[in-house]
Design a protein around this ligand. Structure first.
Ligand code: BG6
Length: 510
């Protein structure tokens, strides 16, 4: 039951003139409005440094919706009804006096509604401002109704373990953990949420979901885009902070976690924490054997020449920042001992695809003569998160005909055949969860710290190295050479999207 919906609601968005609000937050709120998920009485206050009229602000949001919303273009009447609840408040987030204006607006709104409102503060600002916004919100007594106030943090939450701890400590002095929502937009993706449904709503896979039947797991999140105009952010982040610390480790948790007792937020988060605890810590001497980094040089993507990382705007010409990471993780618990989890992510790679592949062990003995099974392949379960949204189970079957010939076929669940057009965007799911007070898909403070702790030795080692030592890869390739060797040493190779995505039920050799 959505208690938020039955009461007046206010959204205060800090950093409201930024890209994230235009592309994601407001389009998500607008779609929730269209689908009747927002409270009957609601108000959105956007705040930024620039001075804008309400009208100018609304126009910029409309442009964002018309460009980025899954339900674009906006319907004129519906937009007018939505836009009438949006206001702009110019404020310097460092200046406490600016916050009194929010308080006044919220009070007026409550008086008009004749009822207290629930308030969500959304911090779509650089992490360095998280602390000051929280302090000013608290100082102005804008957050003291614990049940009625929530605060949402965009990633990255911290820059390293020390800063994440400091941030958690300062935020938790002002807010209860129940009020805090640390966003990892990957967890709001339909296909990512379905991992839990797939694992915990089917009895079929659980008996096989362990070291006895699974040989290796690969989690590959590749992008063919570069860093666009985010050079200043990316230079400070790199692929390890940008993708591994949050999105990819969360995917590892979803695949490796034990079955929770219930779907309650803390039950799920406890089980994920256990995975993070069980991932073997990196010892300095092992880092070079277990991790690979890389930086793209110029190359060609889909027939177009693209510049190298060091030539991108706002990037140091001698930068040592990694745009590619591959790692082998070992999970020290009964379920996964000895089973490698290979993870990989990078910019400007050959194809954009987020895919989890679970390769099962081979049959203990083959009863068929070799020539009948030329394209023999171990069973694989392929969870494709994007752009294809599907789950494939690859099996060996007999090719129809007079001869006994074995071949690999797919059993396919394709979201496109199942109302995918109606699938909400990750931000819609997550914003609705914030409203409903459901923290299942959000990172708890201890999870964030544990993820940083795990990666600190690697970050430190890479930071200490000479920037020119970073291995290079051509834009449009599958990453640096070391990435292939990481798996080759174990007798494996990366499953790239073109190998995995066969046409359903066609008898094709791999
Ligand atoms: C963001 C990263 O968190 O995730 C980006 O900062 C990355 O660098 C993006 O491109 C990928 O998300 P998605 O949803 O496009 O796969």
């Amino acid at each position: 039951m959505n208690a938020f919906k039955s009461q007046p609601g206010v959204f205060v968005i800090f950093g409201a003139t930024g890209d994230l609000n235009l592309r994601k937050i407001t389009p998500a709120l607008y779609n929730l409005f269209l689908d009747n998920w927002l409270p009957h009485e609601f108000m959105i206050i956007g705040s930024g440094r620039r001075s804008l009229t309400d009208e100018q602000f609304r126009d910029s949001l409309l442009q964002g919706i018309n460009q980025f919303s899954r339900k674009r273009p906006a319907d004129a009447d519906k937009w007018a009804a939505f836009a009438g609840r949006i206001f702009y408040q110019a404020a310097d987030i460092n200046d406490p006096s600016g916050y009194t204006a929010f308080g006044q607006r919220i009070k007026e709104f409550e008086t008009n509604c004749g009822q207290e409102a629930n308030v969500i503060y959304y911090l779509a600002v650089a992490p360095s401002f998280f602390g000051v916004v929280c302090e000013n919100v608290a100082k102005n007594k804008l957050s003291n109704k614990i049940q009625r106030t929530r605060i949402v943090f965009e990633k990255p939450f911290g820059h390293d373990l020390e800063s994440a701890k400091a941030l958690n400590a300062s935020v938790s002095k002002l807010f209860d953990e129940k009020q805090i929502y640390r966003i990892d937009h990957y967890l709001g993706k339909e296909t990512v949420q379905n991992i839990m449904a797939f694992r915990f709503a089917n009895s079929l896979f659980e008996p096989l979901w362990n070291r006895n039947y699974i040989e290796q797991v690969q989690i590959s999140v590749t992008e063919n885009l570069g860093i666009a105009d985010r050079g200043d952010y990316y230079e400070q982040a790199g692929a390890l902070r940008d993708m591994v610390q949050n999105h990819i480790l969360q995917l590892v948790c979803l695949i490796a976690m034990e079955v929770p007792v219930s779907f309650k937020a803390n039950e799920v988060r406890n089980k994920k924490m256990d995975v993070l605890h069980a991932i073997r810590k990196f010892k300095s001497k092992d880092i070079s054997g277990l991790t690979v980094r890389g930086q793209y040089s110029k190359g060609t993507i889909q027939g177009k020449a693209v510049p190298g990382y060091r030539e991108e705007s706002k990037v140091d010409a001698h930068s040592g920042t990694e745009s590619f990471v591959a790692m082998k993780l070992n999970i020290d618990n009964w379920r996964w001992q000895g089973i490698p989890f290979y993870i990989r992510t990078g910019k400007r790679l050959q194809q954009s695809a987020s895919i989890i592949t679970i390769q099962f062990k081979d049959t203990p003995h083959s009863v068929f003569p070799k020539e009948t099974a030329k394209t023999w392949q171990q069973n694989r379960l392929i969870i494709s998160i994007q752009p294809e949204m599907s789950i494939r189970l690859q099996l060996q079957t007999k090719k129809p005909g007079l001869e006994m010939v074995l071949n690999t076929v797919d059993m396919l669940f394709d979201y496109n055949s199942e109302d995918a057009v109606h699938s909400p965007e990750a931000y819609e799911t997550l914003l609705l969860d914030v409203m409903e007070g459901d923290q299942t898909l959000f990172m708890r403070g201890d999870q964030v710290e544990m993820a940083w702790e795990l990666l600190m030795p690697v970050l430190k080692k890479w930071q200490e190295s000479d920037p020119d030592e970073i291995p290079k890869y051509d834009a449009g390739s599958w990453g640096p050479e070391g990435s292939d060797s990481l798996l080759k040493n174990d007798g494996f190779h990366w499953f790239n999207v073109n190998e995995l995505e066969k046409k359903d039920n066609e008898f094709k050799s791999i």
